[in-house]
Design a protein around this ligand. Structure first.
Ligand code: IMP
Length: 463
């Protein structure tokens, strides 16, 4: 039995908490895509663990696997493991030998490309972690995989091929003199990033540490053996459906597949194995977005809100939700744009991932608002449509049709979590049941606070 946890919106739906909650029954928690662009916060007993690469379950003594579909920055990975060890934990993390390695020049290139695009509508607002450039090299068959770090000759050969190409890209295509850019970009020494010997030395040492700690695996085999031995496996999606490279709002997307189909290719298990399990879509009770791209239900204007100048009712609601919900990027600290819940978006993600259940988070955050809105369909070129159009330009032109809901009070949410579903304010239950009906998918869990205990569980997919 496997359970896959998928973000149904734009990332930051609170997947970490759901993985943490349902993952209690799992033996292994595997990530199948993304890299250290995925900030997740796990709170236990008042202690907060901020992770970006280590699967959340590793905080609870589960085996964490980074599947072949992930891109791994060894520097981040070892720093997170060292930090957790300092906090008294002993995380057991295994990394697929087929996973690709984020190299220092990937980070530099990510930032240079965003800079080049900065005056155009093409700027994505990436996390600057080198994710896109690493997946590009994977698909371009010039990447370096974790397994290559274990073989110094292979590592050197790969670097000698790829690094001169990247230097030429920066100098000849972007016309940038590397001597003239900042010495350090995103924590990377720019000169060393394009120097074969410097990268080789650093990454060979990472390879030694991977070998010494016995961390690398054939992920597919490792997971299949776990299942054959009767173990339970959970797949932890990072980011969300609308920033999926295929099903998201291209080009304002990340470079991997957060949707449930990514689980099979990103771990080496068959779709039949994954498909026998459950797929839980994590939904935030409103929307938030970091980075560029359309957001039809956006509340007010983020630039004005940042300057404290936004004074419309929509700006005020956005600011209230942002502050109550802590809507600031975990990785970057950037304030997030905020919008109303969007059903066309959720219909799209429910189909793309085949959700068997939903976990709805941040129901507490909306407590205290007089009324709430939910987009039930869009108006586009005089037509009513009920899902997300396949081109981003058309999506950007969609005007939401809203249904208004009565707000609910800001109650004692810990008491609600303890007492169960019926203790939720009736207006909140009406909101959740509307969602269930519209998406024809049951709500398994309702998040009413950041801690794992602050969740109303109606059904555990592992049981
Ligand atoms: P990248 O993944 O750094 O290449 O960024 C591409 C887009 O995905 C940008 O709009 C990012 O803000 C967004 N993104 C990447 N990771 C996350 C995440 O964990 N949560 C929300 N948005 C993300």
């Amino acid at each position: 039995m496997t359970v896959t946890i998928v973000g149904s919106q734009l990332g930051d739906e609170g997947k970490g908490g759901v993985v943490d909650l349902f993952g209690e029954a799992a033996d292994v928690i595997a990530r199948y895509q993304g890299g250290d662009n995925a900030g997740h916060t796990v709170v236990e007993g008042g202690t907060e663990y901020k992770l970006s690469l280590v699967p959340s379950g590793a905080v609870r003594g589960k085996v964490g696997v980074l599947g072949n579909g992930c891109v791994v920055n060894p520097k981040t990975l070892f720093a997170e493991i060292d930090d957790l060890r300092e906090q008294g934990l002993d995380p057991d993390v295994r990394v697929a030998r087929r996973a690709h390695v984020i190299l220092p020049f990937h980070r530099v290139l990510d930032n240079i490309e965003e800079d080049v695009k900065s005056d155009t509508d093409l700027k994505v607002g990436t996390t600057g972690r080198g994710i896109g450039p690493t997946y590009e090299d994977k698909m371009g068959r010039r990447g370096v995989r974790i397994g290559d770090l274990l073989d110094p000759d292979v590592l050197r050969e790969r670097l000698e091929y790829v690094i001169p190409q990247k230097r030429a890209l920066v100098e000849d295509v972007y016309g940038i003199d590397l001597e003239e850019v900042d010495d350090v970009i995103e924590g990377v020494d720019v000169e060393d990033a394009f120097d074969v010997d410097a990268v080789y030395e650093q990454y060979e040492r990472f390879g030694e540490r991977f070998a010494e700690e016995g961390m690398t695996v054939n992920a597919g085999e490792f997971l299949a053996d776990t299942i054959d031995d009767g173990g339970e496996v959970m797949f932890e999606g990072a980011q969300g459906t609308l920033i999926d490279i295929d099903h998201g709002n291209y080009p304002y997307v990340t470079s991997s597949n957060p949707t449930a189909g990514g689980t099979a290719v990103g771990t080496g298990l068959g779709p039949t194995t994954v498909g026998r399990g459950e797929v839980v879509g994590v939904v935030k009770a409103y929307l938030s977005r970091v980075g560029s791209g359309p957001l039809p239900t956006e509340l007010g204007d983020i630039d004005e809100q940042e300057e404290g100048a936004g004074d419309t009712e929509a700006d005020e609601i956005a600011t209230y939700i942002r502050d109550e919900g802590g809507e600031y990027g975990t990785v970057t600290g950037r304030p997030r744009r905020v919008g109303w819940l969007d059903l066309p978006m959720l219909r799209h993600s429910t189909r793309a991932s085949g959700f068997t259940g939903l976990a709805v988070n941040h129901v507490d955050t909306l407590g205290g608002l007089d009324e709430l809105k939910v987009a039930t369909s869009y108006e586009l070129d005089g037509e009513e449509i009920d899902t997300v159009p396949s081109t981003t330009e058309r999506w950007a032109r969609c005007e939401p049709n809203y249904r208004t809901f009565e707000g609910w009070a800001d109650v004692d949410w810990s008491a609600v979590a303890e007492e169960g579903y019926d203790a939720l304010p009736p207006e909140a239950r009406a909101y959740l049941e509307f969602l269930e009906d519209e998406l024809d998918t049951p709500v398994y869990a309702v998040g009413v606070g950041p801690d794992r205990e602050d969740t109303v569980v109606r059904e555990n997919p592992f049981e």
